[in-house]
Design a binder for this molecule. Sequence first.
Ligand code: IVH
Length: 523
Amino acid sequence: MTRNNTELEIEQLRKTIEQHNRAYYLDNAPTISDADYDALMQRLLTLEAEHPELADPTSPSLRVGRDRNDAFVQVAHERPMLSLSNTYNYDEIAEICQRTDTLLATDDVPWVAEMKYDGSSISLIYEEGVLVRAVTRGDGTLGDDVTVNVRTIQSVPLRLRPVAGHPDYTTGRIEVRGEVLLPFKEFERLNGERAAEGEAPFANPRNAAAGTLKTLNSRVVAQRRLLCICYYLYALDDETRLPDSYYERMQLLKEMGFDTGVAPFRSSDLSALYHYIDEWDVQRSDLPYATDGIVLKVDSLTQQRALGNTAKSPRWAFAYKYQPENARAELLSVDYQVGRSGIVTPVANVEPVLISGTVVRRATLHNEEFIKSLDLHYHDYVYIEKGGEIIPKITAVETSLRRAEAEPVRLPKSCPACGAPLQQIDGSVGYYCVNSYACPPQIMGRIEHYCTRRAADINVGPETIDALFDRHLIENIDDLYKLTAHDLAQLPNFKEKSINNLLASIEQSKSRGFARLLYGSGI
Ligand code: IVH
């Protein structure tokens, strides 16, 4: 094939794939089977690999990701990424609006209310309409360059669409900011897969989105179907060429091809803004991704500049946080988990309830004092709240629904795992199992901790450690270094490749350095 023909074929493939992407992701109406789509993509990938000179930063093949990225490079943000001050009640909103009126010496300031998306923030830089860089927030001044990963997010345009009836905003240098989110459904699917592979689940969709953005394999990122909702548009070269109104900029963002999420609302009437906030507190439970409040922004960029920023946050924007969602569920039983230090933590098993889009089955009970303060009884109906924490918490008990014969929850006197007596250590509210060298969860907890990334970084999940322990192949950290291929072959699903990988990972851990190994041994 001549060079020209190849060029034409690549061009044609890119166009066709983009059309199918639009039909699939935007219109929800696929026009081709998955197998045919994969064949087109494979052909494009092959041709691009054979002809690196025909590479294009907007090729849809970049959406597939690559097996291994280089480590992320830290880059400085051209404008710092600030955070928002929070308010929790309507009186405070009124106060802030009043203060803003005073600062601007007017009593008619239009505000824009929009959702506060609960994900991981990202800055996208476009040059002449092409996405050239995507950087995480980092510390607000320096972030990680995660462009390869962000290119796999379907809702991030690789090339901007010019907007009809407007000057061509796609020229020059443009910065768009937004929030990368993992939809609830994807979050549940991902955690299900992680549990099956013995990996620790992500605590919440926000952590999952942040973790995914920093994954070194962008093919993995592509499979997780992240979403990016944008809420910020600046021209880095000449800011004045864009409209002065934030609200209008949001409309532009949408027409340029970005996902702008829930339609924002603009008004200078406080009661109309309250109405929007109330309405979305209810409606947001139908959204497929996490939101945790409303952001209020002064609409005019001229007024925004006049108000300026404090060291940490702008004076022209703030967040109103919704009360975390809660639900009522029956307490079914209480488990006692023994940690690697021997501490016994009670965990409530509750009937499954949906809170903020995820199914909750367990809630922490912290310690005996907490249980006593709730006066918790078996089969009580409890209120469960899910904030950003790993495990949801019980906030109250519905005593009016308690059965007459209900037994109070009491911590056991002996270790639920090994039967040794539990002891309270002076000054601590917790109970400990004193049998630290023979109590199985303590031993496994110590080995798991030793293998974590920050310590020896041995690539092994808790399920494998459990399986090794059950077969008496490991009883302490030293035993990891005595494992042979023959030992590992006894584990279910361990074939030649996984055996060699684990042995190599154990071998590599010997060179991690003293400080990390010391940390890993829990000293
Ligand atoms: S504006 C200077 N708008 O909230 C303010 N931020 O607490 C720039 N966030 O880091 C941010 N939804 O990651 C803005 N509609 C929204 C937002 C939003 C979520 C996040 C963002 C920011 C954090 C601040």
